[in-house]
Design a protein around this ligand. Structure first.
Ligand code: ASP
Ligand code: MG
Length: 470
Protein backbone atom coordinates (compact mmCIF):
# COMPACT_ATOMS: atom_id res chain seq x y z
CA UNK A 1 0.00 0.00 0.00
CA UNK A 2 1.20 3.49 -0.79
CA UNK A 3 2.23 5.37 2.32
CA UNK A 4 1.48 9.05 2.44
CA UNK A 5 2.58 11.79 4.80
CA UNK A 6 1.14 15.28 5.03
CA UNK A 7 3.60 17.84 6.35
CA UNK A 8 2.80 21.40 7.26
CA UNK A 9 5.20 24.32 7.68
CA UNK A 10 4.06 27.29 9.77
CA UNK A 11 4.85 30.98 9.22
CA UNK A 12 7.90 31.05 11.50
CA UNK A 13 9.38 28.11 9.57
CA UNK A 14 9.06 30.20 6.38
CA UNK A 15 10.07 33.56 7.83
CA UNK A 16 12.83 34.37 5.27
CA UNK A 17 14.86 32.88 2.42
CA UNK A 18 17.04 30.82 4.75
CA UNK A 19 14.04 29.33 6.55
CA UNK A 20 12.29 28.57 3.25
CA UNK A 21 15.39 26.79 2.02
CA UNK A 22 15.59 24.94 5.34
CA UNK A 23 12.00 23.75 4.87
CA UNK A 24 12.85 22.67 1.31
CA UNK A 25 15.82 20.68 2.61
CA UNK A 26 13.58 18.87 5.11
CA UNK A 27 11.05 18.10 2.36
CA UNK A 28 13.89 16.92 0.09
CA UNK A 29 14.47 14.06 2.55
CA UNK A 30 11.13 12.50 1.49
CA UNK A 31 10.21 10.56 -1.62
CA UNK A 32 8.17 12.55 -4.16
CA UNK A 33 4.79 10.90 -4.56
CA UNK A 34 4.66 10.00 -0.87
CA UNK A 35 4.31 13.46 0.60
CA UNK A 36 1.99 16.45 0.39
CA UNK A 37 3.24 19.78 1.74
CA UNK A 38 0.95 22.38 3.32
CA UNK A 39 2.29 25.87 3.94
CA UNK A 40 1.24 28.95 5.90
CA UNK A 41 1.88 32.54 4.92
CA UNK A 42 5.42 33.76 5.70
CA UNK A 43 5.62 34.94 9.34
CA UNK A 44 3.80 38.25 9.83
CA UNK A 45 2.22 38.37 6.37
CA UNK A 46 -1.34 37.52 7.44
CA UNK A 47 -1.20 40.25 10.10
CA UNK A 48 0.01 42.70 7.44
CA UNK A 49 -2.84 41.74 5.10
CA UNK A 50 -5.40 42.15 7.87
CA UNK A 51 -3.95 45.57 8.68
CA UNK A 52 -4.06 46.50 4.98
CA UNK A 53 -7.71 45.48 4.84
CA UNK A 54 -8.68 47.61 7.85
CA UNK A 55 -6.59 50.60 6.76
CA UNK A 56 -8.25 50.52 3.35
CA UNK A 57 -11.64 50.20 4.92
CA UNK A 58 -11.04 53.27 7.10
CA UNK A 59 -8.90 55.53 4.92
CA UNK A 60 -8.93 54.14 1.38
CA UNK A 61 -6.46 52.02 -0.50
CA UNK A 62 -3.72 54.67 -0.52
CA UNK A 63 -3.40 54.26 3.23
CA UNK A 64 -2.56 50.59 2.70
CA UNK A 65 0.41 51.29 0.42
CA UNK A 66 3.06 51.00 3.15
CA UNK A 67 1.78 47.49 3.92
CA UNK A 68 1.82 46.51 0.29
CA UNK A 69 5.34 47.77 -0.21
CA UNK A 70 6.44 45.82 2.90
CA UNK A 71 5.09 42.69 1.29
CA UNK A 72 6.67 43.51 -2.05
CA UNK A 73 10.09 43.93 -0.38
CA UNK A 74 9.69 40.73 1.55
CA UNK A 75 8.90 38.68 -1.52
CA UNK A 76 11.53 40.40 -3.67
CA UNK A 77 14.16 39.48 -1.07
CA UNK A 78 13.15 35.82 -1.20
CA UNK A 79 13.06 35.75 -5.00
CA UNK A 80 16.54 37.30 -5.12
CA UNK A 81 17.82 34.99 -2.40
CA UNK A 82 16.71 31.66 -3.84
CA UNK A 83 19.25 29.92 -6.09
CA UNK A 84 17.01 30.00 -9.18
CA UNK A 85 18.09 30.22 -12.80
CA UNK A 86 17.00 33.22 -14.83
CA UNK A 87 13.93 31.64 -16.38
CA UNK A 88 12.67 30.40 -13.00
CA UNK A 89 13.32 33.78 -11.40
CA UNK A 90 11.35 35.56 -14.11
CA UNK A 91 8.49 33.12 -13.85
CA UNK A 92 8.31 33.35 -10.06
CA UNK A 93 8.46 37.14 -10.19
CA UNK A 94 5.61 37.20 -12.69
CA UNK A 95 3.46 34.95 -10.53
CA UNK A 96 4.05 37.06 -7.44
CA UNK A 97 3.30 40.23 -9.47
CA UNK A 98 0.03 38.71 -10.68
CA UNK A 99 -0.98 38.01 -7.08
CA UNK A 100 -0.06 41.53 -6.07
CA UNK A 101 -2.20 43.06 -8.81
CA UNK A 102 -5.12 40.89 -7.77
CA UNK A 103 -4.63 42.00 -4.16
CA UNK A 104 -4.56 45.66 -5.28
CA UNK A 105 -7.77 45.20 -7.17
CA UNK A 106 -9.44 43.49 -4.20
CA UNK A 107 -8.38 46.40 -2.01
CA UNK A 108 -9.95 48.80 -4.52
CA UNK A 109 -13.16 46.86 -4.00
CA UNK A 110 -12.69 47.14 -0.23
CA UNK A 111 -12.40 50.91 -0.61
CA UNK A 112 -15.58 51.01 -2.68
CA UNK A 113 -17.74 48.98 -0.34
CA UNK A 114 -19.92 50.54 2.29
CA UNK A 115 -20.32 47.54 4.57
CA UNK A 116 -17.98 45.02 6.16
CA UNK A 117 -17.75 42.48 3.41
CA UNK A 118 -16.44 39.24 4.86
CA UNK A 119 -16.03 37.76 1.40
CA UNK A 120 -13.55 40.46 0.47
CA UNK A 121 -11.80 40.08 3.81
CA UNK A 122 -11.18 36.40 3.14
CA UNK A 123 -9.92 37.15 -0.34
CA UNK A 124 -7.49 39.75 0.95
CA UNK A 125 -6.08 37.58 3.77
CA UNK A 126 -5.68 34.59 1.45
CA UNK A 127 -2.74 36.14 -0.44
CA UNK A 128 -0.13 35.17 2.15
CA UNK A 129 -0.62 31.44 1.65
CA UNK A 130 -1.03 31.87 -2.08
CA UNK A 131 2.38 33.56 -2.29
CA UNK A 132 3.99 30.97 0.01
CA UNK A 133 3.14 27.99 -2.20
CA UNK A 134 4.86 29.70 -5.14
CA UNK A 135 8.01 30.37 -3.12
CA UNK A 136 8.24 26.91 -1.56
CA UNK A 137 7.58 25.10 -4.83
CA UNK A 138 10.30 27.24 -6.46
CA UNK A 139 12.72 26.50 -3.60
CA UNK A 140 12.11 22.76 -4.10
CA UNK A 141 12.57 23.01 -7.84
CA UNK A 142 15.82 24.88 -7.24
CA UNK A 143 17.01 21.78 -5.37
CA UNK A 144 16.03 19.63 -8.33
CA UNK A 145 12.87 18.30 -6.70
CA UNK A 146 9.70 18.09 -8.80
CA UNK A 147 7.07 20.23 -7.08
CA UNK A 148 3.89 22.05 -8.04
CA UNK A 149 2.01 24.80 -6.18
CA UNK A 150 -1.74 24.40 -5.64
CA UNK A 151 -4.34 26.71 -4.11
CA UNK A 152 -6.62 24.88 -1.71
CA UNK A 153 -9.62 26.76 -3.11
CA UNK A 154 -9.37 24.05 -5.79
CA UNK A 155 -9.33 21.30 -3.15
CA UNK A 156 -11.25 22.11 0.02
CA UNK A 157 -14.96 22.82 -0.17
CA UNK A 158 -16.34 24.77 2.79
CA UNK A 159 -19.58 26.31 3.96
CA UNK A 160 -20.05 30.05 3.48
CA UNK A 161 -19.10 31.13 7.02
CA UNK A 162 -16.44 33.54 5.75
CA UNK A 163 -13.58 34.14 8.16
CA UNK A 164 -14.18 30.90 10.01
CA UNK A 165 -15.46 28.44 7.44
CA UNK A 166 -16.02 24.74 8.04
CA UNK A 167 -14.88 22.14 5.54
CA UNK A 168 -17.39 19.85 3.89
CA UNK A 169 -15.38 16.66 4.06
CA UNK A 170 -17.26 14.53 1.53
CA UNK A 171 -17.04 17.09 -1.26
CA UNK A 172 -13.45 17.98 -0.33
CA UNK A 173 -12.43 14.34 -0.41
CA UNK A 174 -13.61 13.98 -3.97
CA UNK A 175 -11.81 17.10 -5.15
CA UNK A 176 -8.63 16.37 -3.25
CA UNK A 177 -8.36 12.87 -4.60
CA UNK A 178 -9.22 13.99 -8.10
CA UNK A 179 -6.57 16.71 -8.19
CA UNK A 180 -3.78 15.27 -6.04
CA UNK A 181 -3.76 11.56 -6.89
CA UNK A 182 -2.47 12.03 -10.47
CA UNK A 183 0.18 14.49 -9.24
CA UNK A 184 1.37 12.01 -6.63
CA UNK A 185 1.35 9.21 -9.17
CA UNK A 186 3.67 11.30 -11.32
CA UNK A 187 6.04 11.54 -8.32
CA UNK A 188 5.60 15.29 -7.97
CA UNK A 189 5.33 17.03 -4.59
CA UNK A 190 2.16 19.13 -4.29
CA UNK A 191 2.68 22.31 -2.23
CA UNK A 192 -0.76 23.35 -1.00
CA UNK A 193 -1.94 26.58 0.65
CA UNK A 194 -2.98 26.15 4.27
CA UNK A 195 -5.77 28.24 5.80
CA UNK A 196 -8.05 28.61 2.76
CA UNK A 197 -10.81 26.81 0.94
CA UNK A 198 -13.73 27.83 -1.25
CA UNK A 199 -17.51 27.62 -1.13
CA UNK A 200 -19.37 25.41 -3.59
CA UNK A 201 -19.64 28.54 -5.74
CA UNK A 202 -15.85 28.90 -5.79
CA UNK A 203 -15.61 31.94 -3.49
CA UNK A 204 -12.44 31.90 -1.37
CA UNK A 205 -13.00 31.28 2.34
CA UNK A 206 -10.61 31.06 5.29
CA UNK A 207 -10.79 28.49 8.08
CA UNK A 208 -9.86 30.86 10.93
CA UNK A 209 -6.56 32.24 12.25
CA UNK A 210 -3.84 29.65 12.57
CA UNK A 211 -5.85 27.14 10.57
CA UNK A 212 -3.10 25.78 8.34
CA UNK A 213 -2.70 23.01 10.94
CA UNK A 214 -6.33 22.19 10.34
CA UNK A 215 -5.75 22.14 6.57
CA UNK A 216 -3.08 19.47 7.03
CA UNK A 217 -5.38 17.14 8.97
CA UNK A 218 -8.28 17.76 6.56
CA UNK A 219 -5.94 16.61 3.79
CA UNK A 220 -4.83 13.61 5.85
CA UNK A 221 -8.45 12.58 6.36
CA UNK A 222 -9.45 13.02 2.73
CA UNK A 223 -6.37 11.28 1.31
CA UNK A 224 -6.24 8.53 3.98
CA UNK A 225 -2.71 9.54 4.90
CA UNK A 226 -0.65 7.52 7.39
CA UNK A 227 0.84 10.42 9.21
CA UNK A 228 0.82 14.20 9.64
CA UNK A 229 3.88 16.20 10.67
CA UNK A 230 3.46 19.77 11.77
CA UNK A 231 6.79 21.59 11.48
CA UNK A 232 6.98 24.59 13.77
CA UNK A 233 9.46 26.64 15.82
CA UNK A 234 9.19 24.77 19.13
CA UNK A 235 10.17 21.20 19.98
CA UNK A 236 6.60 20.01 20.34
CA UNK A 237 3.86 20.56 22.88
CA UNK A 238 5.23 21.76 26.20
CA UNK A 239 4.16 21.10 29.81
CA UNK A 240 3.46 24.85 30.13
CA UNK A 241 4.15 28.07 28.24
CA UNK A 242 7.98 28.14 28.09
CA UNK A 243 7.97 31.95 28.23
CA UNK A 244 6.50 31.70 31.72
CA UNK A 245 7.98 28.41 32.90
CA UNK A 246 11.61 28.29 31.87
CA UNK A 247 12.06 24.63 32.67
CA UNK A 248 8.89 23.56 30.85
CA UNK A 249 9.50 20.27 29.03
CA UNK A 250 8.46 18.81 25.71
CA UNK A 251 5.75 16.20 26.16
CA UNK A 252 6.74 13.12 24.16
CA UNK A 253 3.26 11.63 23.76
CA UNK A 254 -0.27 13.00 23.99
CA UNK A 255 -3.65 11.55 23.18
CA UNK A 256 -5.90 13.30 20.66
CA UNK A 257 -8.14 14.39 23.52
CA UNK A 258 -5.29 15.85 25.53
CA UNK A 259 -3.99 17.72 22.48
CA UNK A 260 -7.46 19.04 21.70
CA UNK A 261 -7.95 20.25 25.30
CA UNK A 262 -4.56 21.94 25.31
CA UNK A 263 -5.13 23.74 22.04
CA UNK A 264 -8.62 24.84 23.07
CA UNK A 265 -7.31 26.13 26.39
CA UNK A 266 -4.64 28.36 24.94
CA UNK A 267 -1.60 26.25 24.00
CA UNK A 268 -0.54 28.14 20.89
CA UNK A 269 1.07 25.20 19.15
CA UNK A 270 -2.03 23.82 17.41
CA UNK A 271 -5.23 25.18 15.94
CA UNK A 272 -8.13 23.92 18.13
CA UNK A 273 -9.88 22.06 15.29
CA UNK A 274 -6.75 20.22 14.16
CA UNK A 275 -7.50 16.88 15.83
CA UNK A 276 -11.06 16.57 14.58
CA UNK A 277 -10.39 15.00 11.16
CA UNK A 278 -7.62 12.63 12.24
CA UNK A 279 -9.24 11.10 15.34
CA UNK A 280 -11.81 9.23 13.27
CA UNK A 281 -9.11 7.57 11.19
CA UNK A 282 -6.52 7.19 13.89
CA UNK A 283 -3.86 9.07 11.94
CA UNK A 284 -0.96 10.12 14.20
CA UNK A 285 0.18 13.75 14.26
CA UNK A 286 3.79 14.70 15.05
CA UNK A 287 4.87 18.17 16.13
CA UNK A 288 8.48 18.87 15.22
CA UNK A 289 10.91 21.75 15.28
CA UNK A 290 12.41 23.00 12.00
CA UNK A 291 15.35 24.42 13.98
CA UNK A 292 16.03 20.99 15.49
CA UNK A 293 14.74 18.43 12.99
CA UNK A 294 16.45 15.53 14.78
CA UNK A 295 14.63 16.14 18.10
CA UNK A 296 11.76 13.71 18.68
CA UNK A 297 9.04 16.29 19.25
CA UNK A 298 5.55 15.28 20.34
CA UNK A 299 3.53 12.39 19.00
CA UNK A 300 -0.25 12.78 19.19
CA UNK A 301 -2.26 9.59 18.73
CA UNK A 302 -5.01 7.47 20.25
CA UNK A 303 -4.51 6.77 23.93
CA UNK A 304 -2.72 3.55 24.85
CA UNK A 305 -4.96 1.49 27.15
CA UNK A 306 -2.31 0.66 29.76
CA UNK A 307 -1.34 4.19 30.55
CA UNK A 308 -1.99 5.47 34.03
CA UNK A 309 -3.58 8.87 34.48
CA UNK A 310 -1.19 11.74 35.12
CA UNK A 311 -1.28 15.48 34.72
CA UNK A 312 0.49 16.24 31.45
CA UNK A 313 0.36 20.01 31.16
CA UNK A 314 -1.03 23.24 32.52
CA UNK A 315 -2.30 25.85 30.14
CA UNK A 316 -4.19 29.13 30.20
CA UNK A 317 -6.67 30.84 27.96
CA UNK A 318 -6.76 34.58 28.50
CA UNK A 319 -8.72 37.47 27.03
CA UNK A 320 -11.95 36.37 28.68
CA UNK A 321 -14.65 38.21 30.58
CA UNK A 322 -16.99 36.87 33.18
CA UNK A 323 -20.63 37.91 32.91
CA UNK A 324 -22.72 37.40 35.99
CA UNK A 325 -26.48 37.53 35.61
CA UNK A 326 -28.50 37.81 38.76
CA UNK A 327 -31.82 36.22 38.02
CA UNK A 328 -35.30 37.56 38.52
CA UNK A 329 -37.57 35.74 40.91
CA UNK A 330 -40.53 35.62 38.56
CA UNK A 331 -39.14 33.12 36.08
CA UNK A 332 -37.85 29.65 36.74
CA UNK A 333 -34.12 29.01 36.72
CA UNK A 334 -34.61 27.05 33.53
CA UNK A 335 -36.45 29.88 31.74
CA UNK A 336 -33.81 32.28 32.93
CA UNK A 337 -31.10 30.10 31.43
CA UNK A 338 -33.03 29.63 28.20
CA UNK A 339 -33.21 33.42 27.79
CA UNK A 340 -29.50 33.82 28.27
CA UNK A 341 -28.73 31.12 25.74
CA UNK A 342 -31.22 32.63 23.29
CA UNK A 343 -29.61 36.04 23.59
CA UNK A 344 -26.16 34.60 22.86
CA UNK A 345 -27.35 32.31 20.12
CA UNK A 346 -28.91 35.22 18.34
CA UNK A 347 -25.55 37.01 18.25
CA UNK A 348 -23.63 33.82 17.56
CA UNK A 349 -21.54 34.36 20.70
CA UNK A 350 -19.58 31.37 21.96
CA UNK A 351 -19.89 30.42 25.62
CA UNK A 352 -16.55 29.23 26.99
CA UNK A 353 -18.02 28.08 30.32
CA UNK A 354 -21.36 28.42 32.06
CA UNK A 355 -22.46 27.78 35.60
CA UNK A 356 -25.80 28.25 37.25
CA UNK A 357 -26.92 27.99 40.82
CA UNK A 358 -30.59 27.14 40.67
CA UNK A 359 -31.41 28.31 44.16
CA UNK A 360 -31.04 32.02 43.42
CA UNK A 361 -31.05 31.85 39.58
CA UNK A 362 -27.55 33.25 39.46
CA UNK A 363 -25.80 32.46 36.22
CA UNK A 364 -22.17 33.06 35.39
CA UNK A 365 -20.74 32.73 31.92
CA UNK A 366 -17.31 33.20 30.41
CA UNK A 367 -17.03 34.68 26.94
CA UNK A 368 -14.16 36.18 24.94
CA UNK A 369 -13.63 39.79 26.02
CA UNK A 370 -14.13 41.30 22.59
CA UNK A 371 -17.74 40.12 22.56
CA UNK A 372 -18.42 40.65 26.28
CA UNK A 373 -20.25 43.97 25.99
CA UNK A 374 -22.33 42.77 23.08
CA UNK A 375 -23.18 39.63 25.05
CA UNK A 376 -24.08 41.54 28.21
CA UNK A 377 -26.24 44.03 26.31
CA UNK A 378 -28.21 41.43 24.47
CA UNK A 379 -28.76 39.43 27.65
CA UNK A 380 -29.89 42.58 29.46
CA UNK A 381 -32.26 43.39 26.61
CA UNK A 382 -33.96 40.02 26.76
CA UNK A 383 -34.34 40.37 30.51
CA UNK A 384 -36.34 43.56 30.07
CA UNK A 385 -39.36 41.54 29.02
CA UNK A 386 -39.13 39.91 32.37
CA UNK A 387 -41.80 40.99 34.88
CA UNK A 388 -39.22 41.23 37.56
CA UNK A 389 -36.60 42.81 35.34
CA UNK A 390 -35.60 45.32 37.96
CA UNK A 391 -34.26 42.44 40.00
CA UNK A 392 -31.95 41.13 37.32
CA UNK A 393 -28.51 42.60 37.10
CA UNK A 394 -25.98 41.86 34.39
CA UNK A 395 -22.39 42.57 35.31
CA UNK A 396 -19.17 42.18 33.31
CA UNK A 397 -15.82 41.40 34.94
CA UNK A 398 -12.94 41.81 32.46
CA UNK A 399 -9.41 40.32 32.46
CA UNK A 400 -10.26 36.75 33.32
CA UNK A 401 -8.27 33.65 32.32
CA UNK A 402 -9.12 29.99 32.40
CA UNK A 403 -6.49 27.62 33.70
CA UNK A 404 -6.71 24.04 32.46
CA UNK A 405 -4.90 21.16 34.14
CA UNK A 406 -4.85 18.50 31.43
CA UNK A 407 -4.27 14.74 31.38
CA UNK A 408 -6.31 11.72 30.32
CA UNK A 409 -8.24 10.13 33.17
CA UNK A 410 -7.39 12.79 35.73
CA UNK A 411 -11.07 13.09 36.65
CA UNK A 412 -10.59 9.88 38.61
CA UNK A 413 -7.29 10.73 40.29
CA UNK A 414 -7.85 10.76 44.05
CA UNK A 415 -6.75 13.98 45.66
CA UNK A 416 -6.14 15.85 42.40
CA UNK A 417 -8.53 18.69 43.18
CA UNK A 418 -7.01 18.99 46.64
CA UNK A 419 -3.54 19.29 45.16
CA UNK A 420 -4.62 21.90 42.63
CA UNK A 421 -6.41 24.12 45.08
CA UNK A 422 -3.83 23.92 47.83
CA UNK A 423 -1.24 25.01 45.29
CA UNK A 424 -3.44 28.03 44.51
CA UNK A 425 -4.06 28.70 48.18
CA UNK A 426 -0.31 28.88 48.83
CA UNK A 427 -0.11 31.76 46.34
CA UNK A 428 -3.30 33.33 47.67
CA UNK A 429 -5.11 32.92 44.36
CA UNK A 430 -8.88 32.75 44.28
CA UNK A 431 -10.39 30.26 41.82
CA UNK A 432 -13.80 30.85 40.26
CA UNK A 433 -16.08 28.68 38.13
CA UNK A 434 -14.36 25.40 38.90
CA UNK A 435 -15.21 22.60 36.48
CA UNK A 436 -14.06 19.10 37.34
CA UNK A 437 -15.51 15.75 36.36
CA UNK A 438 -17.46 16.96 33.33
CA UNK A 439 -14.43 16.13 31.18
CA UNK A 440 -12.24 13.07 31.64
CA UNK A 441 -9.28 15.03 30.45
CA UNK A 442 -9.15 18.22 32.44
CA UNK A 443 -9.86 20.28 35.49
CA UNK A 444 -10.49 23.93 34.70
CA UNK A 445 -11.12 27.06 36.70
CA UNK A 446 -11.14 30.80 36.12
CA UNK A 447 -8.82 33.29 37.77
CA UNK A 448 -7.92 36.95 37.36
CA UNK A 449 -5.48 37.25 34.47
CA UNK A 450 -3.07 39.07 36.80
CA UNK A 451 -2.72 35.83 38.79
CA UNK A 452 -2.00 33.70 35.77
CA UNK A 453 1.77 33.37 35.98
CA UNK A 454 1.79 32.60 39.69
CA UNK A 455 -0.92 30.01 39.22
CA UNK A 456 0.90 28.14 36.44
CA UNK A 457 4.22 28.31 38.26
CA UNK A 458 2.70 26.79 41.38
CA UNK A 459 0.87 24.05 39.49
CA UNK A 460 3.82 23.16 37.29
CA UNK A 461 5.84 22.63 40.43
CA UNK A 462 3.10 20.86 42.38
CA UNK A 463 2.72 18.24 39.65
CA UNK A 464 6.46 18.03 39.03
CA UNK A 465 5.94 18.51 35.33
CA UNK A 466 9.65 19.21 35.02
CA UNK A 467 10.20 15.49 35.57
CA UNK A 468 8.20 14.64 32.46
CA UNK A 469 10.12 13.30 29.47
CA UNK A 470 13.51 13.14 31.16
N1 ASP B 1 -1.56 32.46 7.94
C1 ASP B 1 -2.73 32.14 8.73
C2 ASP B 1 -2.66 32.91 10.03
O1 ASP B 1 -1.69 33.59 10.29
C3 ASP B 1 -2.92 30.69 8.94
C4 ASP B 1 -1.80 29.97 9.65
O2 ASP B 1 -0.70 30.50 9.81
O3 ASP B 1 -2.01 28.84 10.08
O4 ASP B 1 -3.59 32.85 10.79
MG1 MG C 1 0.07 28.05 14.02
Amino acid sequence: MQRLEIMKFGGSSLADTARIEGAATIIAGYTPGKVVVVVSAMGGVTDTLIAAFHKTREHGVKAAHPYLSDLRDKYAAVIDGLPLDEAATTELRQHIDTLESALQSDLQDVEAMDFDDKRLYDRVVSYGERASVLLVAAALQAQGIPAVSIEASELIVTNARFGDAEPILGASRQKLQGVLTPILEDAIIPVVTGFIGATVHGEITTLGRGASDYTSTILAFCLDADKVTIWTDVTGVMTADPRVIHDAQTISALSYEEAAELSFYGAKVLHPMTMLPVVQKNIPVYIKNTFEPAAKGTKIAARGSSKTATVKAVTTLRGLSMITIRGAGATSALQHLAKIIDALLEKNIEIITLQQSSSDHNTVILVRSYVADEAANSIAKLMIDDVAAEHSVVRVVPDVSIVAVVGDGIHALPGLAGQVFSSLAVSGIEAMMIAYGSSKHNLTFAIKTADEHNAIRGLHQAFQLVAEDT
